[in-house]
Structure formats: structure tokens, C-alpha cells
Design a protein around this ligand. Structure first.
Ligand code: FRU
Length: 912
């Protein structure tokens, strides 16, 4: 906006009349102290006032020629456009004036000249003429053609002195009776004239008239004469006739001087000529100013004229001043007008913009208001919906909690009679593992139900801490004791490590035991046999620190991230299960104003750290309970947390009743109960191998080459899907059908399972009969495949196959190698293993699984089939055919051929 303002201002400013061109004029004056020179300068300035843009450089040499040369040089350095000079002496100043002239700077010589014709213009009166006029006037008007005269000259070497003297003496020659008594140089000044005249005092007595080259020296002459009492007799004539006090005109008027020759200064003319030159206008080179003799006859007239001119001049000056003032007012007014116009324009423009913005704003405001009300109603709807959703969730959770409560009674009702049944040895041996399994799982359910209820209590802030001061070391020792026998059975080093026997802490034993049980049971669950679990306890500053450290399977960073999150379940490791245990522990520790954290490294171990504040300053009054509730529930808690871990009592059926099975199944399941259960169920019909993790499972699969694999999806060291992928991509195991079992029931997960190349994906809980049916079906399908590959080589295209591409490739490679070596009698199973690149046992199992026969049976079969083909289709002798299929003994060939096809080779040949 400011830029716009100044732009408009500058446009208006430019409309002002173009200023005069700016010139620099230098004026070098020879001497400035006398009245005549001052008048010259005034005239110049008066004229220059009409050219305000012009710069005027002025210098005064004070009658010194050398100084004047320097001053001119200085002006030339300042790049003057024109030089006006009145040279002190002609000759000394010639060079510098020529220098200026030759540089192309116009030079105006005024009053006095140099000795050179190299100047642009001259302004001044004709001094020779003045000399002549003085002589003429003196001779005729003053002396009546007879008498003696003297001459007081100016400065020797200055042009007016030379010229005036010459004119004067030349003219006098016309008057023989007039005698020139003497000539002296007064150097244009009063003192000079007086000094010289006193030196000629004697001669003065005879002098009738003196011609002084200026009025200053004329007055000095008059004074000398009056001092010598000669003033009455001797007349004096001067030059200049300037108006003003004590000047020539007044001296003539007062009859002090007899006459004076008007010598105009030419200041005004010099400036006019200068502008004509600078403006490239025509100008006169020689500007000769008029002169006249002023004496008693015309002095009054002259004075009158001068005073009129003077008045006029003053009028002009006044008017000029007035004009300047008016111009200034005009300029100011124009500026003000410009500003007003610009402001008006801007007001109109911005007013328009503002009006437009106002309209736009109104529109925007309206649409915003509309949107706002829309958003508001949407927000209200959302609030309403979320309130409903919250209520619904709350209802669901309440229902869930209530149901959980309901579960407790039937569970307890199952537990008590079960305990009775378990006590009965007879029943136990009859039921096998089943009673134990029921017992364990009832406790497991009870644990989950309890945790769920506790969690809901915490959520509703109904879980009240009732802490009392107690020895936490003893408390922990007692709890750990309960796990010792389980640890011992698995050779796990479970110990409490503490420097002190007593550390007093305020805690709620009925709450803290849940946390410790949870941490200990987790540690036991995820630590392998022969491992260690160390519980360290120490007081650190104002806290007690409990570390539960194991060297079990550990967790990855990803698993660690959400370990304390509600309902979070990692794929493997600690938080497998309900996902409530650790989350609940965290809440329970927070009730104690404590913290729980975890450090873990996959395959190295895990350390949980619980920090509890010492003292009771952090507990509110109701939280401090001196008469603490008796720990009646410890037994329950213990059972809940430990029954799960009790090693399974083996009720294996006698091996005698377990005949050798044709087919085998590998079960990979880390839940020992489920693994046992499945093993027991399948053991009747299949040879069963087991493994509890991916590593062992993979190893077993390669070792045993089972006929089918059942694997859990979530395993401690990886997933069943990974395992399936691995086995299906290895040609040693690619033919084995795989069934994946998991608790994860979503369709995506099932698809994921199937994509992993598993043959079937079953979600827990599954129906065992359904599983068995699938196992049988998958094994039967393998049988169809075997049929296909062991059938006649000429008939390979029709039967439907379920073999994987890898199996087909294996069979192609295998049969190809056999086919290629059929004529080689020495071709052995070892050769075949080498050619395929697997061990004899692996090849044996693979061939057995895919083709249902031994390798040597297969080779022999191929030989006989080829022989049958040759006998039926080609014209070879029986001996030749026998040789071609790698059987050197013809009798042996005949025997086995008959055994296979019911006819001897020769009989077969005949019938074709
Ligand atoms: C002034 C003056 C005049 C004279 C002129 C000659 O300095 O002496 O009186 O006419 O110079 O240059």
C-alpha cells in the first residue's frame, strides 16, 4: 500500500514543470574589496536569481595574480561548465585561461583581458575609448585646449590601465598645447595613487588637470591636491561614475571631481551571456558596454536615473520575493492536492476492497454457521451414540463379571467331588490321566475367573488395599516354598536371595501374593528343565526391590512392548494365556503405589522388577489396616497357581497291548496336557511321536518322516505356520499332511494357516472325532497318491492327485533315475541315494510314504514292467530283454516275471 502511495505521488510530482538545467558557473574575481567590484557581484547575483538551479562558484584573488591562477585551477578541478574571469593582470593569467578554453570550457572575460584572443566572449566597456574620451573632455571642456596634465594609471599589466593610458595619450597628441607632465601607476587603489602623487608634488604645482584611471584614485589625487593646497586650481577626472555613497557620481555631484567616465561593471551582461552560451543560444563575442562622461551638466540626471533604476530594482526584488513566496505556496498546495487526490483514490480502492471483503465475510460466516450447527448436531449424535455404546459395553462387562461370579459356584462344586475321586486310588488308575486333567483345568478356569473379577474390581475402584507392616522376606520365602517341589522335579534352581532376613514393608498380603504367584508361575512355565529362577530382594533407598529373574525363553522387544496391556497376548512367551495376569499384577502393584517393570532377551531370560515404597507415608488411613484379614485364601491361591504346573502322572498303557502300527503321527504341542491327551487318543491306531516346540518338531519330522503332523500354531519358539512352510518346502517332508491347531478362531487367521501350506486348520476347542476323521482322510489321500505312482507307467495321466508340486518333482526325479539305470545290473539303493542327495533312511521313508513300497521292490517292479513292455511291443529275445532290464540271470528273470504276472516271459511273448 505504501509503495502504491509513493508511486502515485511520484507520477503527480513528475507533472511539475521541468526544472532548469543544473549548471556550474565559476567566477574568478581579481579583487573584491572595492565598491565597483561589489556592484559587479550584486548584479551577477541578481541575474543568477532567475536561474535557481545554477551553482555559482566564486573566488577572490585579492589583487594577487598567482593566487588567481590557483583559484582558477581549483574551479577547473570542480568541473565547472563555464568560467567568468576578470584577470588581475593580463599576461600572468593568460596560460590558465587558455587551458580552460582548450578543455572546451567556455570562458567569459569581464572588464579586464588576458594577452590571448582565446576566450569565448568579452564583456566590458572599450577602455581605449574611455582614455580617448577622457583626453578629449579634459582638453576641450576643462583646459580649453591649453594646459598641463598628469595621469594616474591603474596596475601596470592590467589591460584597462594599458588601454586607457594608450587612448588618453593618443588623443592628447591632437592638442599640441596640452602637455603631459607625468604618468604614475596608482595600481587602482587610493594609497598607490597618493604615494606616487606625493613623489611628484613639485610637478603637481604646474598641473592643471589629472586623469585618474578610476574614481578611487581620483579622490586620492584630490586629497593630495587639497593637502598641497592645489585643489582649487587642479581639476581631477576619474573613471567608473558609480552611484552610491562616496562613489563617483556623488563625487561629481559634490564637485569634488570635475568629471568621471561611466564604466559599467557588466555583471548582468556577463551572466546573460553565460546562459546564452550554456543554452546553445546565439551570443555576441564582444559585448562592449556604453560609456559617457559625467560632469556637472548631467550628473543630476544620472543620479535621478540611478535612483529610479535603484527603486525599480528594489521593486523587482520585492516582486521576485513575492513570486518566490507564491511559488512556494503553490508548490505546497500542489503537494497537498496531490496527497489528497492520492488518498482519495486509495480510500476508494480500499473502500471497495473492504466492502467486497465484508460481503465475502458475511457469506463465509453464514456457511460457517451452517457447518457449525451441522457439526454440533453430529457431535451431539456422537455423544449420544458413545454414551449408548459405553452403556452397552458396561452392560456386557457387567454381564461378563456376573457370569464369572456364577462360574465360581459350579467350579467349586466340581472341585470338591473331584478331590474325593482323586483320593480313590482305584478310580484314579481306571480314569487314567483324565481326572488329573479335569482337576488342573478346573483350577485353571478358577484362576481366570478370579483374575477377571479382580480386574473388574480394580476398574471400578472397589479393590481396597488393606496394608499392614510385615517382613516381606519371610512372606516371599513362604510363597516360594510352595513352588519348590515343582521346581525340584524339573531340576530348576529356585531360590530366594536376600542380604537381610528382615525387611519391613507395608503391604496387603492377600493382594501381593497374587502378584508373586503370577510372576513365579510364569517363570516356571517359561523356564526349561535344569534352568534357574532367582528371586532377589533388597532395600534400595526408600524402596524395596523384588526381582524375579529366570533364564527361560525370554521375549522379543515387540512382545515386551505390550506385556502389561489388558488382554494382550503375545504369539509366544509370557503373556500367552488370558492376557490378564500381568496386567492385573501391574494394577495390584499400583494399588501399593509401587511399580513393576520387565527386562527380557529372547532365548536368554526375563527379569521382572517390583518396587514398593518403604514406610506408610504413601498410604491413606483406610489403606493402613492394623488388624489385617486372615490369609484364609492362601490355599486356594496356591492350588490355583500350582496345580497347573504339577507334572503329569503318567498312566501309560502297557506296551504289550500296543501292537506295532503301520502309520505314524507327529504331535507338536507345548501344552503338556493337550499333548498327552492327543498322544493317548492316537496311540491306539498310530505310532505317535511328540515335540513341544518348533525346533524339536522340525527335527522329529526329518528324523521320523511321519505320515501326518498335528501342530499347535502358537509355540514357544515360533509358529506352527512357519513350521508348516518349512516342511512343505523341503522335499524330504513335503509329502507329509499337516494339521494346524489353534485357539485363534478368526477367518483371516484360518486363511493365513491354509496359505502356509498346511492341509487343515482346526480351531480349539475341536471335536476329537472330527480331528480323527480328518487324520484318517488325509492319510487315505496319500494312499491314493501312492497308487498313482506305483501303477503302470503307461497309464499316468488320469488319476486325480493331491501331491504337492514338490512331491511330483521328487517322484519324477526318483523314477527318472531308476528308469535311466534299469539296464544297469549293479545299480544299487546307495547309488540312488547319492543321485538324489538324501540319506538311505530318508529315501526309504519318502518312497514308503509316497509309493508304499521299498526302494528295491520299486526298482524290481520297474524292471519287470519294462520287460513286459519290451516283450509285448518289440522284437527282442527273452535273453536280450532280461539283459536290457538289468537282470543277468535269465532263469531268475523267468521266475520273478512268472511270480508277478502269472505267466513265464516266453508264454507272455507268445500270447501278444
Ligand atoms: C575596480 C577598478 C575600477 C576600474 C576597473 C578597471 O577594481 O579599479 O575602478 O574601472 O577596476 O579594471
Amino acid at each position: 500500500m505504501i509503495t502504491l502511495f509513493f508511486l502515485i505521488l511520484s507520477i503527480f510530482g513528475c507533472s511539475k514543470k521541468k526544472e532548469d538545467e543544473k549548471f556550474v558557473i565559476g567566477f574568478s574575481q581579481c579583487v573584491a574589496s572595492d565598491h565597483w567590484r561589489r556592484t559587479m557581484l550584486d548584479e551577477m547575483k541578481m541575474e543568477l536569481s532567475l536561474h535557481p538551479a545554477t551553482e555559482f562558484l566564486y573566488s577572490d584573488a585579492d589583487g594577487n595574480s598567482n593566487r588567481q591562477i590557483k583559484q582558477v585551477r581549483e574551479m577547473l578541478r570542480q568541473n565547472i561548465d563555464l568560467l567568468i574571469i576578470s584577470p588581475n593582470e593580463a599576461h600572468p593569467l593568460t596560460a590558465v585561461v587558455e587551458e580552460a578554453y582548450n578543455k572546451g570550457i567556455p570562458v567569459i572575460v569581464i572588464d579586464r583581458k588576458t594577452s590571448s584572443p582565446h576566450y569565448t566572449a568579452y564583456v566590458g566597456a572599450n577602455n581605449y575609448e574611455i582614455g580617448k574620451m577622457a583626453a578629449d573632455y579634459m582638453a576641450n571642456a576643462v583646459l580649453k585646449r591649453k594646459g598641463t596634465v598628469a595621469e594616474v594609471m591603474g596596475l601596470p599589466g592590467s589591460s584597462p590601465a594599458i588601454e586607457r593610458s594608450k587612448g588618453f595619450t593618443d588623443e592628447l597628441k591632437k592638442y599640441p598645447d596640452i602637455k603631459l607632465s607625468f604618468q604614475v601607476y596608482g595600481n587602482w587603489i587610493s594609497e598607490g595613487a597618493q604615494k606616487q602623487l606625493y613623489q611628484h608634488a613639485k610637478q603637481l604645482k604646474n598641473v592643471d588637470a589629472i586623469f585618474a584611471h578610476n574614481d578611487v584614485m581620483a579622490l586620492a589625487s584630490k586629497n593630495v591636491l587639497s593637502n598641497l593646497a592645489l585643489d582649487r586650481k587642479t581639476k581631477v577626472i576619474g573613471v567608473d561614475a558609480l552611484p552610491g555613497k562616496g562613489a563617483g557620481l556623488e563625487l561629481v555631484g559634490d564637485k569634488i571631481l570635475t568629471g568621471s567616465l561611466l564604466y559599467p561593471t557588466g555583471g548582468k551582461e556577463a551572466i546573460n551571456t553565460a546562459f546564452a552560451i550554456l543554452g546553445n543560444k546565439s551570443f555576441a563575442r564582444e559585448n562592449i558596454l556604453q560609456t559617457v562622461v559625467i560632469d556637472s551638466t548631467n550628473v543630476q540626471l544620472m543620479k535621478m536615473q540611478w535612483s529610479r533604476i535603484n527603486n525599480q530594482q528594489k521593486d523587482i526584488e520585492r516582486q521576485q520575493e513575492l513570486l518566490e513566496n507564491q511559488l512556494e505556496i503553490y508548490d505546497n498546495q500542489r503537494l497537498v492536492l496531490n496527497v489528497i487526490v492520492i488518498t482519495l483514490v486509495l480510500v476508494v480502492v480500499f473502500g471497495g476492497i473492504a466492502f467486497h471483503s465484508l460481503l465475502e465475510n458475511r457469506k463465509i460466516n453464514k456457511s460457517l454457521e451452517l457447518k457449525n450447527s451441522e457439526i454440533l448436531s453430529q457431535r451431539n449424535q456422537l455423544i449420544e451414540m458413545s454414551a449408548k455404546a459405553e452403556a452397552a459395553t458396561e452392560m456386557k462387562l457387567n454381564f461378563f463379571t456376573n457370569i464369572s461370579h456364577e462360574f465360581r459356584t459350579p467350579l467349586t462344586l466340581i472341585l470338591s467331588p473331584l478331590e474325593d475321586l482323586l483320593k480313590n486310588e482305584k478310580l484314579r488308575s481306571l480314569a487314567g490321566n483324565n481326572l488329573n486333567l479335569i482337576n488342573k483345568n478346573v483350577f485353571r478356569l478358577l484362576k481366570l475367573v478370579n483374575q477377571l473379577i479382580d480386574y473388574r474390581k480394580i476398574e471400578h475402584q472397589k479393590f481396597n488395599l488393606r496394608a499392614a507392616e510385615g517382613n516381606i522376606v519371610a512372606f516371599l520365602r513362604e510363597l516360594i516354598e510352595n513352588f519348590k517341589h515343582i521346581a525340584k522335579k524339573r531340576n530348576i534352581d529356585l531360590q530366594l536371595l536376600s542380604d537381610k532376613n528382615e525387611i519391613m514393608v507395608w503391604f496387603d498380603a492377600n493382594i501381593l501374593d497374587k502378584v508373586i504367584f503370577n510372576l513365579l508361575s510364569n517363570a516356571l512355565k517359561f523356564t526349561s528343565d535344569n534352568g534357574h529362577i532367582h528371586i532377589r530382594i533388597r532395600a534400595v533407598e526408600a524402596e524395596v526391590e523384588i526381582l524375579v529373574e529366570d533364564n527361560g525363553v525370554g521375549m522379543t522387544e515387540d512382545e515386551l512392548k505390550n506385556i502389561f496391556d489388558q488382554f494382550y497376548q503375545a504369539d509366544s512367551g509370557y503373556s500367552r494365556g488370558s492376557g490378564l495376569g500381568l496386567s492385573l499384577s501391574k494394577e495390584l502393584i499400583q494399588l501399593h503405589k509401587g511399580t513393576i517393570s520387565v527386562l527380557s532377551k529372547k532365548w536368554e531370560g526375563t527379569t521382572f522388577t517390583v518396587n514398593l515404597p518403604l514406610g506408610n507415608a504413601h498410604l491413606s488411613k483406610p489403606e493402613q489396616d492394623t488388624q489385617q484379614e486372615k490369609r484364609t485364601r492362601l490355599y486356594d491361591q496356591l492350588k490355583i497357581y500350582t496345580t497347573d504346573m504339577e507334572p503329569q502322572q503318567e498312566f501309560r498303557k502297557e506296551e504289550v497291548f500296543n501292537p506295532l502300527k503301520e502309520q505314524s503321527i507327529l504331535i507338536i504341542e507345548d501344552n503338556q496336557d493337550l499333548q498327552n491327551y492327543l498322544r493317548e487318543k492316537f496311540e491306539y491306531n498310530y505310532e505317535v511321536f511328540t515335540a513341544a516346540n518348533v525346533t524339536n518338531g522340525t527335527h522329529e519330522a526329518y528324523e521320523k518322516i511321519p505320515d501326518l503332523i498335528i501342530s499347535d500354531v502358537i509355540l514357544p519358539d515360533g509358529s506352527g505356520t512357519e513350521l508348516a512352510n518349512k516342511l512343505k518346502n523341503d522335499f524330504r517332508t513335503s509329502h507329509i499332511p499337516i494339521i494346524l491347531l489353534t485357539a485363534r478362531g478368526s477367518i483371516e487367521q484360518q486363511i493365513n494357516g491354509i496359505q502356509s501350506m498346511a492341509d487343515l486348520y482346526l480351531t480349539k476347542p475341536f471335536n476329537f472325532d472330527y480331528l480323527t476323521a480328518n487324520v484318517e482322510n488325509l492319510i487315505r489321500n496319500r494312499g491314493i497318491l501312492k497308487e498313482h505312482y506305483t501303477s503302470d507307467i503307461t497309464n499316468t495321466s488320469t488319476k486325480k492327485s493331491t501331491a504337492s508340486l514338490l512331491d511330483k518333482k521328487f517322484i519324477n526325479d526318483f523314477s527318472g533315475i531308476v528308469e535311466h539305470n534299469l539296464s544297469n545290473e549293479d545299480f544299487s539303493v546307495e547309488d540312488l541315494c547319492k543321485a538324489i542327495g538324501i540319506s538311505r533312511i530318508q529315501l526309504y521313508r519318502k518312497v514308503k510314504a509316497l509309493l508304499n513300497c521299498s526302494i528295491s521292490d520299486y526298482i524290481l517292479n520297474r524292471r519287470l514292467k519294462k520287460a513286459k513292455y519290451y516283450l509285448g511291443n518289440e522284437d527282442y529275445s527273452i535273453a536280450e530283454v532280461s539283459y536290457m532290464v538289468g537282470i543277468s540271470s535269465a532263469t531268475y528273470f523267468s521266475t520273478i516275471f512268472k511270480a508277478k504276472y502269472g505267466v513265464t516271459p516266453s508264454e507272455f511273448k507268445k500270447t501278444r
